[in-house]
Design a protein around this ligand. Sequence first.
Ligand code: ZN
Length: 312
Amino acid sequence: MSARTGSNVEAWLAPRWSRGSAALARPPAGHASAAAIRIPDRLSAQLALVFPAASPQLFIHEGARQALERKLKAMSPGRVVILSITDNRNSIISHSMRQGVLHARIHHMFLDAPTRVANALVRYVVHGDKRASTLVGNYIEANSGRLARRRARAIPLFAKGNHHDLLAIFSELNERYFGGACHALITWGRKQPRRTDDRRGGPRPRKAIRLGSYSNLERLIRIHPALDRKWVPRYFVAYVVYHEMLHHMIPSARGSMHPGSRASLALASAKGQPSRRVLHPPEFLAREQLFRKYERALDWECRHITRLLRSS
Ligand SMILES: [Zn+2]
């Protein structure tokens, strides 16, 4: 993305303690100082986001957090650095020096930022680098979808099912296919009550089932609870998880101002014919086929779709 100039970036970078450009030329980090990058007031009227305090996101993000902390340390020789990751949309970047320790609090959007943005972030935090602040501001602006319109309620994450542990599957896939770089969250979806068939009084069979979905806004993979069965092989659950991880990793919607895509694996027919959405770019399809048991998973899907529909 090309650099933007003007008041937009200034707005992203307006400091907590005085509005205007003072934040860009604040005292060096050796002094007691506190600065925060705030989002403009037009957004702060919205509901505050509450995130589960002990959610698995921290576990999943830990590697990326440590990498960013190492960058901060490298730029602050001989100093102790403590980096916390936040989901606080009112204070995207803040830091302070307390008794020689640099405490930095940074929004999770920076955990998967490109290297040059991460480096700029570090220069901004440690040196108050003005050019770096512009780059950082542009990045925040491009990712503002991660700040706005988030759910006010906490999203409970349940990764451990009765038969399949999604976090274990996710971690294995992350290592094998993504070098640990996938920072999505994962949970079993909630069971939806089925509507009753008026004539027979019994539950109405489903015509379609969405086995997985990915919400860019929440950075969350949801897997349909119908897959948490003994007779559903682990490799098939893994295939669905892998597919949704690709939605997180392949930047079709990421980095845009409209990141709300919920593209997903959709099995739309009750007759055993899987039908796939066309929202998958060629790179997506190519990488999907790298899944070790890709053919086997598709085959299993075809043979069991009816049973999945019936049991969901
Ligand atoms: Zn998909």
